[in-house]
Design a protein around this ligand. Structure first.
Ligand code: TEU
Length: 577
């Protein structure tokens, strides 16, 4: 029997501050905007907010490049505004998770400024500084062949001190050296600064990159590109778990707080279990990257996928739902965040005839699984990607832009050859997850006043797809999310803590996922869920669920004595109570 905890029963709503609500007409969302919508968030039925970074930052990577952990990016507000947000959430029995980005800082952080000022700086060892290598022609070369996650080398030359520094993301996001104990202590102080103000936990960015192989060896050479994937040596390195344990005893154990670590690259059951198995006492849960990478190509995000996506989703779902009980561990469940396109567009459907049904199907899938669910702002109203009418100029995120420019260059600058790249960007660019929230059908979608100039394109479908048009409509996507959230609360032992049993693809059909949930007591309640990720119709012959009640459906599915009928993107939840 699983031990109960608030962070297991919580459902978390991710807010991307730049795109949530602009309260002061500068075209950028802000903390007062979030405060003004706490009642809305509460009415949806979620328990906590994960706020993407709001700290002081030059915003080279939308705040994931922090120059001061103890102050707030001025256009977002102040520390006092954060205190108000924390208080208002607590008054409403909700919690706040902040984004903790401590694998790297901004190059404008004082620590890095000091570190780069001289080889003798007492903060030199807080980052990774290395001498150049010299190639056979006597030219300066990077210390190793690692490729940055945003393209190009991960090493950057510093003229003043004549060494390279390491930055796995942008050149302006130098990696912190976690093997340095003073640096770790300073970071723990920054964490306590926020926990002491009442923050209820952290989503820990790029967590598993904090420990690198001490020798920083070259990544395996797999093609004739100048830089290669070095993740074998920079993800889940040898000291990773020591750092987490120290973080726990130094910081987290002294607060009633929740931790969710982002794990890119680390996807296998054994390694993931080391972060979340109960007896290891490390993190409450993680985000494994597999589910957001589900439609990536074999050699990169924007390569055309060859996967059968529903099958991949089923495999990933089965893997983590089944493995957590084995390790007595816990995990998050999620499929969207600010780093990719909306699942609705990527692998369900945002076409007019299917959009509402598909969005409801995705809600049922997420909220009937075990674990702690996370959704992204806008999922609750079926927000979609920018459509086909938007050209490459609509994409402003550094990751998509760098990629587009590098491919364009390799094709001799010929824009007319770029259709394949644009098509993949229309599915996967991080911009889609960052589109301004669609509150109503007024100019600027209620995200900003009509006189403001939003920082980011507003999807033109806002006139039809917005909160105002859904909130009072009992058949809307919003109302469906609310129903599912209410049921998850009503049947906690079933949906949060219950056992999971997958129904095999051979029974269900290729595009459909089905699973049974059951309370972990003899004679307890049981439920079965069918969700279709396909435009096809399915008939599943089974009399196993005769007499079970329909708890929820998106009206694309039905059950009679001996079969389940699933229409396009059908969703059906039956309960035997
Ligand atoms: O993301 C970590 C990460 O690995 C991402 O690069 C991810 O793989 C990519 O965005 C997928 O397209 C975190 C944050 O979520 C992201 O927004 C930041 O840019 C990144 O860290 C650097 O802090």
């Amino acid at each position: 029997i699983v031990e109960k905890a608030w962070w297991k029963e919580a459902v978390v709503y991710q807010i991307y501050p730049a795109s949530f609500l602009d309260s002061n007409d500068d075209g950028l969302g802000d903390i007062p905007g979030v405060i003004s919508k706490v009642a809305y968030i509460k009415s949806l039925g979620v328990d906590a907010i994960w706020l993407s970074p709001v700290y002081t930052s030059p915003q080279k990577d939308m705040g994931y490049d922090i120059s001061d952990y103890r102050s707030i990016h001025a256009p977002y507000g102040t520390v006092e505004d954060m205190q108000t947000l924390i208080n208002v959430l607590h008054d409403n029995q909700m919690r706040l998770l902040m984004d903790l980005v401590v694998n790297h800082t901004s190059d404008q952080h004082d620590w890095f400024k000091q570190s780069r000022s001289s080889r003798e700086s007492e903060k030199r060892g807080w980052y990774f500084w290395r001498d150049a290598k010299i190639d056979t022609n006597g030219n300066r070369k990077e210390p190793n062949n690692w490729r940055s996650i945003f393209g190009g080398s991960a090493w950057h030359w510093d003229e003043t001190t004549q060494q390279y520094y390491l930055a796995l993301f942008l050149p302006s996001q130098p990696d912190l050296n976690w093997s340095n104990p003073e640096m770790r202590r300073a970071t723990y102080d920054d964490m306590r600064f926020w926990l002491d103000r009442g923050v209820d936990g952290f989503r820990i960015d790029s967590m598993n990159l904090m420990s690198k192989h001490p020798d920083l060896p070259d990544g395996k050479v797999v093609n004739n590109e100048p830089f290669q994937d070095g993740s074998e040596f920079f993800a889940s390195g040898p000291k990773m778990h020591n750092y987490i344990r120290e973080m726990r005893t130094e910081v987290f154990d002294n607060y009633d707080c929740m931790t969710v670590g982002e794990l890119g690259f680390t996807k296998d059951e054994q390694s993931v279990s080391q972060y979340v198995a109960k007896d290891r006492h490390e993190l409450n849960m993680v985000f494994t990257g597999d589910i957001v990478d589900v439609d990536f190509g074999p050699n990169g995000k924007y390569e055309r996928t060859i996967n059968n996506i529903p099958r991949k989703i089923r495999e990933i779902t089965d893997l983590w739902q089944q493995s957590m009980p084995k390790f007595n561990g816990w995990n998050s469940v999620y499929y969207s965040n600010h780093d990719s396109g909306r699942p609705l567009t990527r692998y369900a459907s945002d076409s007019p005839e299917h959009r509402a049904a598909a969005a409801k199907m995705l809600a049922m899938y997420l909220l009937s699984l075990g674990g702690t669910p996370f959704l992204l702002q806008g999922d609750e109203i079926g927000m979609a990607n920018l459509g086909k009418d938007y050209g490459p100029d609509a994409y402003i995120d550094v990751e998509a832009k760098n990629y587009y420019i590098s491919v364009l260059k390799s094709r001799g600058g010929n824009e007319s050859t770029m259709d394949d790249v644009l098509r993949e960007m229309q599915l996967k660019s991080r911009d889609h997850g960052r589109l301004p929230m669609q509150w109503d059908s007024s100019v600027n979608a209620g995200f900003a006043s009509p006189k403001a100039r939003p920082w980011m394109t507003i999807n033109k479908d806002y006139t039809e797809w917005n909160v105002a048009s859904q909130i009072n409509d009992p058949n809307s996507v919003f109302s469906f999310w609310r129903t599912m959230l209410t049921l998850r609360k009503q049947y906690t032992d079933l949906f949060v803590y219950g056992s999971y049993k997958s129904i095999p693809e051979s029974v269900m059909g290729e595009g459909v996922i089905g699973f049974e949930r059951a309370e972990q007591v003899v004679g307890g309640k049981r439920a079965v869920v069918f969700v279709s990720f396909s435009e096809q119709k399915y008939t599943i012959s089974t009399d196993k669920y005769v007499g079970w009640d329909v708890l929820v459906t998106n009206h694309r599915a039905s059950v009679d004595n001996s079969c389940i009928e699933l229409g396009p993107f059908g969703a059906l939840l039956l309960i035997d109570s």
